[in-house]
Design a protein around this ligand. Structure first.
Ligand code: HAM
Length: 436
């Protein structure tokens, strides 16, 4: 088969051309700025990890979409589908004795065999924030605050935050003796808004009618008037201490968040769950209008570090989908234009020692001035038209006579004016134009 059949990237994965990469970098820079402002230290782990480690608590949906293979020594490994498991591995091993809280950040690529569609890729980037060691609501609020600040930094001003606490549903199910595997299946169906099947799971687990109708009632509680929703929910779960505490925790978080950030719309949704299985407390997702896929997702995972062999350590975090944020920025027309890419065009005429040309270009670059050297053997007139197409303010022409005398010809591409100057004069002219 001809290699031409393989010129498109592998299904669901993207090539990032300069503009795409530039847009991604804009989001990455905003994330790195927040690492700095919120004191998160960046770390990196390998793209490939042992399958068992990555699969342990990601949930059935994510597990099914993992890229899993055997290496040449027969080890079962996988490409990471998300970043919390590798971070937790660090916390349970190399960072085991590190003082808490630990604030760790990452910008990595991830792999999921999802069905490709707008904003859903098989290779995508996330910027993650993990706050390890605190069980306090202020830790969850910090994670929410980071998410809000990121949206604001990217000028995505109108957005919604959907919240819940998995402890509400899990607390009830545990108090009724529902097996953890059944709970996981129910929450995975709730994540897909498949409430009918979720209820069927509970029926199959022989849960009584009154309990099932309570759960079905909770699924319907959703809206921006969180006080009345919480009051109604509390009356429904009053006999289950764990669920009541989860609702109270949500109330504290929402009260404070509303106090500091009025702008985003907070939607409390007790019929909301997240596909990942490791969550134990507050969970949330961030959305903008016109895009029904989450841009940022996160929540509390208090049991994961212990499960990975570390000390029992509460933790919370979130990850922002960089590709989706870029998409949202495009849809909202807030994508910053590519920078002008200003440079000097250097044309070395025949007969001039190339070393002279390179000395000049090296010195310009040492002064912070980008230089594009003509390397295609174009005629001078073609070279000049290339320079004007590329938006170069100057072309520097090196001829042999001038080279001997240490002179250069500087052509101002906007006026067409051409002058023979000493290198020093030409440099100072260029430097003032480039503000360096
Ligand atoms: P997640 O919700 O699976 O959470 O992913 C976080 C974000 O990554 C999503 O909100 C979305 O923007 C982006 N994302 C997910 N899948 C895709 C895809 N197929 N294509 C493009 N973007 C995608 C996590 O991964 C958790 N580790 C977040 C977390 C950190 N929870 C606690 N700490």
């Amino acid at each position: 088969m001809s290699l031409k059949s393989f010129l498109k990237p592998y299904r669901g994965m993207r090539d990032y051309l300069p503009k795409d990469l530039y847009e991604r970098r804009v989001v990455e820079e905003a994330i790195r700025e927040l690492f700095k402002l919120y004191c998160y230290e960046e770390v990196e782990t390998p793209t490939i990890e042992y399958y068992e480690l990555l699969a342990a608590k990601v949930g059935e949906e994510t597990r099914k979409t993992m890229y899993v293979f055997k290496d040449l020594a027969g080890r079962t490994v996988a490409l990471r589908p998300e970043g919390t498991a590798p971070i937790v591995r660090l916390v349970a091993s190399k960072l085991k004795t590190a003082p808490k809280p630990l604030r760790l950040g990452y910008i990595w690529d991830f792999y999921r065999y999802d069905e490709p569609q707008r904003g859903r890729y098989r290779r995508f980037y996330q910027g993650g924030f993990e706050l390890i060691g605190s069980s306090k609501p202020e830790a969850d609020m910090e994670i929410l605050s980071i998410s809000i600040e990121l949206m604001k930094k990217l000028r995505l001003e109108k957005f919604q935050i959907k919240l819940s606490d998995v402890g509400v549903l899990r607390g009830l199910m545990t108090s009724w003796g529902v097996d953890e595997n059944v709970q996981n299946r129910v929450l995975s169906l709730v994540d897909k808004k498949n409430y009918v099947e979720a209820i069927k799971e509970l029926e199959a687990a022989n849960l009584d009618e009154a309990s099932i109708s309570k759960i079905a009632g909770l699924f319907k509680l959703k809206g921006s008037n969180y006080k009345s929703i919480l009051a109604e929910a509390k009356s429904m779960v009053s006999l289950c201490e764990h669920s009541v505490r989860s609702l109270e925790n949500l109330e504290v978080i929402l009260d404070y968040m509303r106090d500091v950030y009025h702008e985003p719309e907070y939607i409390l949704d007790l019929g909301f769950a997240r596909g990942l299985e490791y969550y134990t407390g507050m969970i949330f997702e961030v959305f903008v209008e016109d895009l029904d896929i989450a841009l940022i997702g996160g929540g509390r995972y208090d049991k994961l570090i212990e499960l990975y062999g570390g000390e029992p350590t509460p933790a919370t975090g979130c990850a922002a989908g960089i590709d989706r944020l870029v998409l949202a920025m495009r849809l909202n027309n807030v994508t910053p234009p590519l920078p002008p890419n200003k440079r000097v065009y250097l044309y070395i005429l025949d007969g001039v020692p190339l070393s002279y040309g390179f000395k000049v270009s090296t010195e310009l670059r040492a002064n912070g001035i980008p230089v594009e050297v003509e390397v295609m053997g174009r005629s001078l007139s073609k070279g000049l038209s290339t320079a004007s197409k590329k938006n170069c303010p100057y072309t520097l022409i090196l001829g042999s006579k001038e080279a001997e005398a240490g002179l250069v010809t500087l052509k101002d591409m906007s006026t067409g004016l051409q002058e023979t100057l000493t290198l020093r004069e030409a440099f100072s002219r260029i430097k003032s134009n480039f503000n360096v």
